[in-house]
Ligand binder design. Sequence first.
Ligand code: SF4
Length: 300
Amino acid sequence: MTPKAWSRVRNLCATGRGPEDLPQILSCEVNSLSLPGYLPELALLELTLARVRTAACASSLTIKQLTVNPSLHLLRLSWKNLTCLLTPYENGSVPAPELLEEYVIVWRHPRTGEALVRPAADEDLLVLKMVAEEVAPSQLAVVGKVNVHELDAAADRAVKRGLLLAPPSGIRRDLAEFPTDEHTEEDFLSSSVFTLQWHITQACDLHCRHCYDRSVVRSLELPQAVRVLDDLLEFCQSRKVRGQVSFTGGNPLLYPDFMEVYRAASERDFSLAVLGNPVPQESIENLIAIEPPVYYQGEP
Ligand code: SF4
């Protein structure tokens, strides 16, 4: 900005108008003072960041369901790349502003208290819409043409970034048994995930020397196995945690109804893993068609 333009803007701000009015002042003067066209929106972005810095830090301790961080602002800008003028990209690059629409989010991280700004990714917009409008993930998955599990994972990432607030986990350490101090982080005090490592069958097609359990145990019938999943779901919902099922054995894929149980677990939105043995490629493809496991660990 030229000295003349600075002087004009300063004078306007001095006539009873404060920093809050700067975006509008710049917007009115952008042509007469030959200012860069993106300056009013950059001022708006800085103003929003300043407001967020002084906003109360949100706490998730009292909320009952997934909620949008109340400090969050979603701005629809007509100029792109303005955020990197405030916080340069990690590689240090600062792309030039372009006259292209961009959504930007500004928020205060509930845990660190840091005021943050960045372009909104499609994933951010999708989960914010889901939570703000209380749309069921299954419904949004159809509209957005994504897998419901991807939505859950995106929501988890949004919670970690502080865009969303999740109710506190009901799985917590007993503080009488676990001394803490001011440096003890929440991650050490509670868990957001409960994992069931399920030895669903003792049947096995290997004979490892290190095997510690080849006892004969009768496997559950399919309806009983599905009831186990329902119980697990009820438990996880009551504790506000994500459920994970790690199927193991024996070789879990030798359970006669394994694909049905795996599908039932997927339908209940558990994160899935398999601790199994080497199996034909077709078996893995069948698993992936239902839901790719978070990992498949094969016994050598
Ligand atoms: S694969 Fe597992 S269950 Fe089977 S023999 Fe080896 S250690 Fe035992």
